[in-house]
Write a protein that binds this ligand. Structure first.
Ligand code: FAD
Ligand code: MLT
Ligand code: ZN
Length: 484
């Protein structure tokens, strides 16, 4: 924090501290974890970190910010990958962390709903649903620390979108503190409600730029009777697409995950994640991790899964496979997929992309784009993995071995141009599930139509006219007029 800023703000902060019952962190040792993102790409500064205890408490903090024109950065688990949850380096913003708002308010097994406060960690919600003999299907590798408020604000995807949809599809109602510090109670548990503009869907995916989500009414599902997990080795992404079609034919809606990763990804995990093991005897260009969640029985699950794998082997779509026969084996297979991000982080800095294209174009996209990148940037390592069943790949580019990652990061604009031009040719998206944050806000404006951006700006202006909610995220800041 700049000394001048700290002095000017000191009396105001004591006033803020007195206005709500939660915690206010100002000691640099306490605030440090809230100022740096998971990838360690962005480090900011802040006036302080406010950790309200309740919705009313959080509303009081927002009203204080409005009264003093203080920008606000909402933060959940701080696992976002696009720089949305950390402040800029001006030191002017207040980080509003939901980490003390962790109550499960209710579970209704008949209505199949659970109401959770925004700071509830995803894994806690999954466990509570399980204890009520229900399933909350949102699942991602950061589930031990990301929060439901963050999941909703980024409209997170994860590994079961294929069957259950994105976080947006799992939410029936929201409670939100508006940018003015009022509380909107939209915590309805209704499957049908056509009463005007859909405010809930405005706040979902808004990355904290329109208001702060304080609680959500979430959809629960029956627990599957049995699950089967397998890893299959394939010669190409095209074979993976053919396997997807075959798996959908055999398993229908029981197919709950279909995740692709390349040999490079597997080797990164084996190198950096202790205990990770290759379950197959030979390396293969591509792998698919697939999972079925059977509503009928264990024997039905085993029979239909084995039939699928046999046919895939016989027709040459896959060259080898390992089917997990216990929960521990299934976890070991998931370890290979879910630790790719962590392994990449340990490997060093890299350029991440989170693209989607129509599922049917994904093999052509990968083939052409990787060839273009490899000819323009010789020696790069393509680290490509993701949710093939959703047409969403993490199309990451790591520096050649021996090249200083910091130096390679200077190529970001040139690498992005190749990737995003290809995405545009396929009418795809430059952010399928992670959001725009700071990382992609400018690129998005440049690639979307003027009409679309103007509509987005008018929504922002209507809900946050002072521009205090997570400024510069989603929509880049407009240049300030020069006063003559
Ligand atoms: P934060 O990082 O704290 O915040 C994310 C954004 O939401 C910020 O813009 C923040 O301002 C805003 N925000 C947070 N809470 C609120 C609130 N209550 N109200 C309003 N705005 C708020 N993402 C996927 O989609 N799929 C994946 O498979 C996936 N896997 C991941 C694996 C790893 C190892 C890691 C580190 C990340 C992964 N992510 C994935 C990204 C990340 O976990 C998700 O974006 C997650 O939803 C963020 O939740 P969070 O609580 O950490 O939010
Ligand atoms: C994943 O699918 O594992 C994530 O979205 C994280 C990532 O992109 O690294
Ligand atoms: Zn993902």
């Amino acid at each position: 924090m700049a000394a001048g800023t700290a002095t000017n703000m000191a009396p105001r902060l004591s006033e803020l501290a007195a206005s709500f019952s939660g915690r206010l962190l100002t000691d640099p040792q306490d605030t440090a974890p809230f100022l740096q993102d998971w990838r360690k790409r962005w480090i900011g500064r802040a006036l302080a970190i406010a950790q309200p205890d309740s919705t009313q408490d959080l509303a009081a903090v927002v009203r204080w910010c409005v009264a003093h024109q203080v920008p606000m950065v909402p933060q959940g688990g701080n696992t976002g990958l696009v720089g949305g949850s950390v402040p800029d380096d001006s030191g002017r913003a207040l980080v509003i962390s939901t980490q003390r708002m962790r109550k499960i308010r209710s579970i209704d097994p008949i209505n199949n709903t659970l109401v959770a406060e925004a700071g509830c960690v995803l894994e806690t919600i999954q466990r509570q649903a399980d204890a009520a003999d229900r399933l909350f299907p949102l699942s991602l590798a950061a589930e031990g620390s990301c929060t439901i408020g963050g999941n909703l604000s980024t409209n997170a995807g994860g590994v079961q979108v294929l069957r259950y949809g994105n976080t947006r599809d799992l939410c029936l109602g929201l409670e939100v503190v508006t940018a003015q510090g009022e509380v909107w109670d939209g915590l309805r548990g209704l499957r049908k409600d056509n009463t005007g503009y859909d405010l809930r869907n405005l706040f979902i995916g808004a990355e904290g730029t329109l208001g702060i989500i304080t609680a959500a009414s979430l959809k629960l599902f029956p627990k599957p009777a049995a699950q089967m997990t397998a890893i299959a080795a394939l010669p190409s992404v095209t074979s993976a697409l053919q396997l997807l079609a075959l798996a959908q034919k055999h398993l229908g809606p029981s197919l709950t995950a279909f995740e692709l990763f390349s040999c490079t990804c597997l080797e990164l995990v084996l190198e950096f994640i202790p205990g990770a093991q290759d379950p197959l005897s030979e390396r293969s260009p591509q792998y698919v991790l697939l999972e079925t969640s059977d509503a009928e029985s264990e024997s039905h699950a085993v029979a239909s899964f084995e039939r699928l794998m046999e046919q895939a082997l016989e027709s040459g779509l896959i060259t080898d496979a390992a089917i997990a026969s216990s929960y521990a084996q299934s976890q070991a297979l998931w370890t290979l997929r879910e630790n790719i991000t962590e392994a990449q982080a340990r490997d060093g800095k890299n350029l991440k992309h989170d693209i989607s294209v129509p599922i049917s174009s994904i093999d052509v996209f990968v083939e052409h784009t990787s060839a273009a990148l490899e000819s323009q940037f010789p020696g790069i390592r393509m680290v490509v993995f993701g949710h093939l069943g959703d047409g969403n790949l993490h199309y990451n580019v790591a520096p050649p071995r021996g090249v200083n990652p910091e130096v390679f990061m200077n190529q970001e604009a040139a690498v992005n141009a190749v990737v995003y031009d290809a995405v545009e040719q396929h009418r795809g998206s430059i952010s399928a599930e992670h959001g725009l944050g700071l990382l992609k806000a400018q690129e998005n404006v440049e690639r979307k139509s003027a009409v679309e951006i103007a509509l987005m700006r008018s929504i922002k202006q209507a809900l946050d006219p002072l521009g205090l909610m997570n400024p510069g995220r989603v929509l880049p800041l407009l240049p300030q007029p020069v006063l003559l």
